[in-house]
Each structure stands twice: as structure tokens, then as C-alpha cells.
Design a binder for this molecule. Structure first.
Ligand SMILES: [Zn+2]
Length: 423
């Protein structure tokens, strides 16, 4: 009986096995393909995707459609790599006009933060963000569970790079706590001051799922020294991770840049000398370029918000003119009224437009520049053979009108269709 059973099994595999083992091929027909690195637009091409990876770019006219398992004809759209955002807080959303981290940390359990994060992750994916970097402030590692649930296939969301808890000097970014309430920050930050403490904090984050590192360099007057930054950078590098550091400007920013951090987060007060130093060191600017409405939504009075937004725009313009590598990054912690997280994030394009950054560069910042910062430029940010099939389609050319990025009509992540408005 056992022998017969084994025979049936082997016959099954001989005849039907190849069907299961065979690669799944999907041919995507589009009007145009945008290559962010070169700025080239290719016409009348089809993209062949096999098992989630781009296999070939073909001339649509010479394609034999019968050879492929599935044909997706998107018509006269513009196809480009999925968008990426280097600075998101998926699990955070304060009330409009009243950004109050202490209240959030005290009132919202990790479970609620995780559920909000899942919704935001899903909204971001549907809008065309296929990779994001969660930069921290997610209570007790809420994002680790979000990532697991997406990987399990329970929910749909982007690929998430994850920083775990933000590593900071004493007090984190929560000023003015009473001594009785101090532990509140321990749910959002790891306090680490000596090189040994910094290395331990990195290990703790890694244990809970982090694959990138975020420091807050200057939340307090006792900002990190160059040696402290370098301790983090060297330890992170042992595990192929990069360090991003929140810093505004001045000496603290100089320490971050000279200490070898891969990215400056925010950097609203970076002067041209520091921007030039970033060019020399190859430091990325993850500028989280807030517009006035975003700052007002957080509760900043209009006059201040206008001034800061102007400063951010001129810093962005200077950085671009000097040749700093810039990535698209947002940092929304309060959604704009009536908008979800993805819509709020895409409003950051207004700052890039105000800084007169060419559309071609904005598309690079959204794709290949972020892929390079993430150390994933051999997998993400291009439509080329061997790259992950993270693709989005647009009804018009974003090189002519950057706001067309708000009208993504097709999203594929890892070869799986997440959005297709034509079906
Ligand atoms: Zn942030």
C-alpha cells in the first residue's frame, strides 16, 4: 500500500511538478517607461516580470503575448519605479492643531499605534509608495509587528525599513518631564550616551527587528559628539546598516556629518558651509521639507510656520544647487485636514516646487536616491533586468507635471498587483 502511494506521488511530481515549479511570467504593456537615473523616457515598451523580478524590457511590437502567463495592458500610461519615503512615522498621528507627543505616549498603547500604522502603511502603498523607512516613535516596537503581518500576507503594505526605537541622549525629545514621569520616554527612545551604551542600544533595536539606525543628535543642549556619532556608525556598519541622525544645524550637524552618518534628517538650519561638507562626505539630506500647512496642522502659529517653511525651501534650494544628494522624506505626524497619510505626504511636493527643484530630480529623490541611501540600489529604484518589480503607473508624464504623482493608477509590489484602476 505504501509503495503504491509513493508511486502515485512520484508520478504526480513527474507530470504535474513542472507546472508548479514553472516561473510565473507577467507581461506589462505600457506607453512609456521612465528611468529615474538617466531621466530617459522609453516609448512603446513592455516589462516582463518573472517571480516578482523584472526580467526584461521588450519592444511591445515584437512581443509574442502567447508566451506569458498573464498580460496586463495598462494603455498609454507612464511606468516608473515605486516611490520611496526616507522618513515616516507610520504609527503616529496627533490631533490637528495640537501636536503633543507626551499625550500620545501616555494615552495610546502600542496595540493602537500598530493598528494606525497598518492603515497608514496600506494608504501609502495604494498611493504608490512601495518602500518607506519607519524612523521610530512607534511605542514598544509596534512597527515590528506591522512588518511581520505584511510579510505574513495578512495585510498589504510597502516594504518597510525599520529603525526601532530612536537612540538619544538623556530625555529623548520630550522636554520638561517631571522626575516622577521620566520613564515615559523609555517607550519611544533608548537613552545612550557612551559609545558602549550606543552599541548596546543598536543591538537592542536589532533584537526587536530594526535594520537601520536613527539617532536624535541635538534634542538637548548636550548634543552628540563626533566620536559618539562615529561609534554608532561603526557599529551599524558591522551589520550593513546605515545611520540617520536628526539634527538641525550648527556644531551638532558638523559632528553628525564628520562622524559619518549616512543622512541628516531635517537639517533646517544647515548653512552652505555644512551643505558643502555634506557634498564632500557624501551625506544625504533627508530634509523632511514641511510646508506651511503641515506646520500649522501641528499647531505652529501661521507667522512662525510661514517663516520656517520659507527657511526649509531656501535650504532645499541651496542643497540642490550645491550638489548635495537629496532624498524625498516627509515626517508627517499630523495628517492634513481631510487627507490621509499618503495624501499628506505628497503635499510635500509643494516645498520641492517652491524650491524650483527640477521634476527630473524630484523623481530621482523619490526613487533611486532613496534606494542608494537604503543600500538597495541593486534591487530598487530602476526598471531594469534583475530589479524588484516595484512599479507604479501614472496617467501623465511626471517630468512635465510632478503633481501627476498624486494620481497613481497602478501599483505593483514584488510582482503582485496591489492597485489597477483599469480592472
Ligand atoms: Zn521624524
Amino acid at each position: 500500500m505504501k509503495k503504491i502511494f509513493l508511486k502515485i506521488c512520484s508520478l504526480f511530481f513527474i507530470f504535474l511538478g513542472p507546472l508548479f515549479l514553472q516561473a510565473q511570467t507577467v507581461l506589462i504593456k505600457v506607453g512609456h517607461i521612465i528611468q529615474p537615473e538617466s531621466g530617459d523616457v522609453l516609448a512603446d515598451k513592455s516589462v516582463l516580470v518573472e517571480n516578482g523580478i523584472i526580467k526584461e524590457i521588450m519592444n511591445t511590437k515584437s512581443v509574442d503575448e502567447l508566451k506569458y502567463d498573464r498580460i496586463i495592458d495598462l494603455g498609454n500610461v507612464y511606468l516608473m519605479p515605486g516611490m520611496m519615503d526616507a522618513h515616516v512615522h507610520l504609527t503616529y498621528n496627533g490631533p490637528v492643531g495640537n501636536f503633543n507627543p507626551k499625550a500620545t505616549y501616555a494615552d495610546e498603547p502600542t496595540s493602537l499605534r500598530a493598528l494606525r500604522g497598518l492603515k497608514n502603511a496600506n494608504d501609502l502603498l495604494k498611493a504608490g509608495f512601495t518602500t518607506v523607512k519607519e524612523i521610530g516613535n512607534d511605542a514598544e516596537y509596534a512597527t515590528a509587528s506591522i512588518i511581520k503581518s505584511i510579510n505574513q500576507g495578512w495585510f498589504e503594505g510597502p516594504t518597510i525599513l525599520y529603525a526601532g526605537k530612536i537612540i538619544s541622549q538623556y530625555g529623548g525629545q520630550i522636554g520638561g518631564m517631571s522626575p516622577e514621569r521620566e520613564p515615559l520616554w523609555e517607550h519611544e527612545y533608548i537613552i545612550a550616551e557612551t559609545p558602549d551604551e550606543i552599541r548596546k542600544a543598536i543591538h537592542e533595536n536589532m533584537y526587536y527587528g530594526a535594520n537601520t539606525i536613527k539617532l536624535v543628535a541635538d534634542a538637548n543642549p548636550y548634543f552628540y559628539t563626533e566620536d559618539q556619532i562615529r561609534a554608532a556608525v561603526d557599529e551599524a556598519a558591522r551589520f550593513d546598516m546605515h545611520v540617520a541622525a536628526h539634527v538641525d544645524g550648527g556644531e551638532a550637524a558638523r559632528n553628525v556629518i564628520n562622524g559619518g552618518a549616512a543622512a541628516v534628517e531635517h537639517g533646517f538650519s544647515l548653512d552652505n558651509e555644512l551643505l558643502q561638507l555634506m557634498v564632500e562626505k557624501g551625506t544625504y539630506l533627508s530634509g523632511t521639507d514641511f510646508t506651511q500647512p503641515h506646520l500649522e496642522a501641528m499647531g505652529m502659529p501661521g507667522k512662525w510656520a510661514g517663516k520656517l517653511a520659507d527657511r526649509i525651501v531656501s535650504r532645499l534650494r541651496n542643497a540642490h544647487e550645491l550638489g548635495v544628494n537629496i532624498v524625498f522624506s516627509t515626517d508627517v505626524v499630523v495628517d492634513l485636514p481631510g487627507m490621509n497619510r499618503a495624501e499628506s505626504n505628497l503635499e510635500f511636493l509643494n516645498a520641492w516646487k517652491a524650491a524650483e527643484i527640477p521634476n527630473e530630480y524630484i523623481i530621482k529623490a523619490l526613487t533611486i536616491n532613496n534606494a542608494k541611501l537604503f543600500g538597495m540600489e541593486d534591487q530598487l529604484g530602476k526598471i531594469e533586468s534583475g530589479y524588484k518589480a516595484d512599479l507604479i503607473a501614472l496617467p501623465g508624464n511626471p517630468l512635465d507635471d510632478i503633481d501627476i504623482l498624486k494620481k497613481v493608477s497602478f501599483v505593483m509590489k514584488g510582482g503582485i498587483v496591489m492597485v489597477n484602476e483599469r480592472t
